[in-house]
Design a binder for this molecule. Sequence first.
Ligand SMILES: NC(=O)c1ccc[n+]([C@@H]2O[C@H](COP(=O)([O-])OP(=O)(O)OC[C@H]3O[C@@H](n4cnc5c(N)ncnc54)[C@H](OP(=O)(O)O)[C@@H]3O)[C@@H](O)[C@H]2O)c1
Length: 238
Amino acid sequence: MSRSVLVTGGNRGIGLAIARAFVDAGDKVAITYRSGDPAELEKAGVLPVKCDITDTEQVEQAYKEIEEKHGPVEVLVANAGVTKDQLLMRMSEEDFTSVLDTNLTGTFRVVKRANRGMLRAKKGRVVLISSVVGLLGSAGQANYAASKAGLVGFARSLARELGSRNITFNVVAPGFVDTDMTQVLTDDQRKGIVAQVPLGRYAQPEEIAAAVKFLASDDASYITGAVIPVDGGLGMGH
Ligand SMILES: NC(=O)c1ccc[n+]([C@@H]2O[C@H](COP(=O)([O-])OP(=O)(O)OC[C@H]3O[C@@H](n4cnc5c(N)ncnc54)[C@H](OP(=O)(O)O)[C@@H]3O)[C@@H](O)[C@H]2O)c1
């Protein structure tokens, strides 16, 4: 396989682990980045494309560059995401809308643009990175949870809309993963979380990447509109 793959937010954390998994499988992998050193990313075998997914024009430019170098995107992993945690009474409208603008509307922007090529090719794979928090809820994360729950409705609507075009849309819902995003938690918070996880530990980014790689593979050809938890059992029943 040598497909044109795009991973948003593939410069670090879960996104980088996903990008590496596709590189190892022989795919041509582009990633978006805002921070970090593109030369370092090139060493990982990916094509780094500078892009902020809150900006439609930057998304358009990124796709143009990828199409020129790798051809139309055949596998899209919408992974870029942010948190801005705050209790509701202290959450400003900007705290809410900015998280939605990246996690949900940003995903809309990259999925819509990828779809152009996928419709033409009459095939495509789209995997959205949600969170266990979108299904369970989480005090202090109403903005983040709303954005991640929104991805489920978004993916399932598109699975219905575009199934006849041989494009699949699936969601991966990670639990707690060892990345920069969870480094901000205190030791006590980490202990509290781990105590609720049946497998008794955080995930490594590679464990999320394995599920994503499967959903993009031929083995998952009849899976669409699914939400796959990769959460050590944390969200069971949700
Ligand atoms: N870590 C967890 O426990 C966990 C659990 C469940 C779900 N998730 C989800 O998994 C995904 C990856 O998380 P992570 O843990 O790897 O987080 P991370 O280490 O904080 O990385 C976030 C990634 O998103 C990118 N990003 C953020 N805003 C962006 C924007 N406007 N445009 C383009 N890229 C943007 C970042 O790029 P820059 O480097 O430029 O900032 C970075 O690559 C997120 O969607 C997150 O919500 C994480």
